[in-house]
Design a protein around this ligand. Structure first.
Ligand SMILES: [Ca+2]
Length: 294
């Protein structure tokens, strides 16, 4: 009886080993490859399983908001095309994932190749929105984003793609004619549809604008102003042409701390206090009168 059970267990394990698909082994020499979607000049370097793309010059494409494909805001984008490792079968790739800015996605669901492309032909176009204003001008390359791919879905990153740009070597395409460009306080630039108000902003643009309008401690927000020093009404002011806005804050009066006074009061001191106050009041009265009649 016991022998039979043992034989059953052994045959079960043998069958399972045969049936279970064997995952492709992801090795550093068989990783995905990267090509460019944005125009310009770039260098590509590889260090183990990390590919770094550094754009020396790049022209950013502008694209309108298209919530249906997950682009909730209009703006300028830079893109890379990442080909999956060619030795991975379609079945393996269905479990592949990638991470960007702490958010994970399914490679198979987000890929841009169609389901029938076949082994060696699957790719995904990775796009990153770039706000040129926010990248402080400079010739040093700055890291815009890194994408991490877990090709075999074992929760260990197999390949990292790093995208770098040189801020002063970025040029941008003009947005379509239905949009205007608004730069705020030299900190953020966005495009909105002509004759829309700032209250129509969504997503990242809305968040950035709110951040810019948030005063430091000890200050209060006064308003956004256009080049003619007209105050912008977030709900009502419509933009028919490009604009550069400034933001104004006002220093709040410093709160006066009451001084600690632990001297015991006597009647005399109190009276002295009152008479001093009386002198102060009458002096103020004289000053006010003088001012009125001068
Ligand atoms: Ca992995």
């Amino acid at each position: 009886m016991k022998k039979n059970i043992l034989i059953s267990i052994i045959s079960f394990i043998a069958v399972m080993l045969f049936v279970l698909p064997v995952k492709a082994d992801v090795t550093a020499d068989k990783l995905g490859t990267v090509s460019y979607l944005s125009g310009g000049t770039a260098t590509q370097s590889k260090d183990g399983s990390t590919i770094t793309i550094e754009y020396d010059e790049v022209n950013l494409k502008w694209a309108p908001a298209e919530p249906g494909i997950g682009r909730d805001v209009a703006g300028w984008w830079i893109g890379l095309k990442v080909m999956a490792p060619t030795d991975m079968g379609d079945d393996d790739l269905q479990d592949a994932t990638y991470t960007a800015n702490g958010k994970s996605g399914s490679f198979w669901e987000k890929k841009d190749s169609d389901n029938t492309a076949g082994t060696g032909n699957h790719f995904i176009n990775m796009w990153k929105r770039v706000d040129k204003t926010q990248l402080k001008a400079g010739s040093e390359a700055v890291e815009l984003i890194r994408w991490e791919f877990d090709w075999d879905n074992d929760n260990k990153v197999d390949e990292t793609v790093i995208l770098k740009v040189k801020p002063d070597k970025i040029t941008v395409e003009a947005p379509s004619a239905e949009y205007v460009t608004i730069e705020v306080a030299g900190k953020w630039t966005f495009t909105i549809k002509k004759d829309e108000t700032l209250s129509s902003l969504t997503g990242e643009d809305k968040k950035e604008l709110e951040k810019i309008m948030t005063p430091d401690s000890g200050y209060k927000f006064v308003g956004l102003y256009d080049e003619k020093n007209q105050k912008v009404d977030l709900e009502k002011t419509k933009f028919s042409q490009n604009a550069k806005l400034t933001v104004k804050f006002e220093k709040l009066p410093e709160s006066v701390k009451p001084e600690k006074d632990d001297t015991p009061k006597t009647g005399v001191q109190d009276l002295l206090g009152i008479s001093l106050l009386a002198v102060l009041v009458s002096t103020t009265g004289i000053v006010v009168l003088k001012k009125r009649y001068n």
